[in-house]
Design a protein around this ligand. Sequence first.
Ligand code: GAR
Length: 208
Amino acid sequence: MLKILVCVSGGGTNLQAIIDGIACGEITNARIVRVISNNRNAYALERAGAAGIDACCVSPKEYADREQFHEAFLQAVEEKEPDLIVLAGFLVVLPEKMIQNYRNRIINIHPSLIPSFCGKGYYGLKVHEKVLERGVKVTGATVHFVDEGTDTGPIIFQKAVMVEEKDTPESLQKRVMEQAEWQILPRAIDAIANGRVRIEDGKAWLLK
Ligand code: GAR
């Protein structure tokens, strides 16, 4: 059974989609061993608590420098010996050592169709603001493996969502979550947990 560790920063709706996906059998062969938040007030921690999942906060604010924070964060991860780390709205840059130690074992959900509207400065609501500013008609979400770059790792799943003329960043964020993120993140975890994802030449492929 795949041991999943989920990293969160905020509301935790993607975490909830994973919890629900496991409960209803949409995700098989996997369980969440820990939720880590960088933010003590993240509602995601309440969601973990309500589901009886081990949860903790490792906040950079509580350490003297980045190095000490990274050390504590890595320790909180390694303690649980996860097979897969899921960044579900985690807005902190990972320690490089962690990316090396968990190569092809960290995935991220991003609220756009990568390579559009991604990279440094593109996170959360900001992504949807930029989408509306540019006036694109189709956006969506992407699940990808995490490498040293920002949103540059192999893409596992993408799903498109239509932009509507009357959209606000908030309404678009909600539609992208409902129609894309909460579907493709559980689907990607299930595919990985059941050995259906292969990485070759820096690209991820789904085995039938
Ligand atoms: C989600 O929309 C996720 O795609 C985004 O943050 C939100 C977290 O919501 N992640 C990024 O922007 C990463 N670059 P949630 O806490 O309700 O899951």
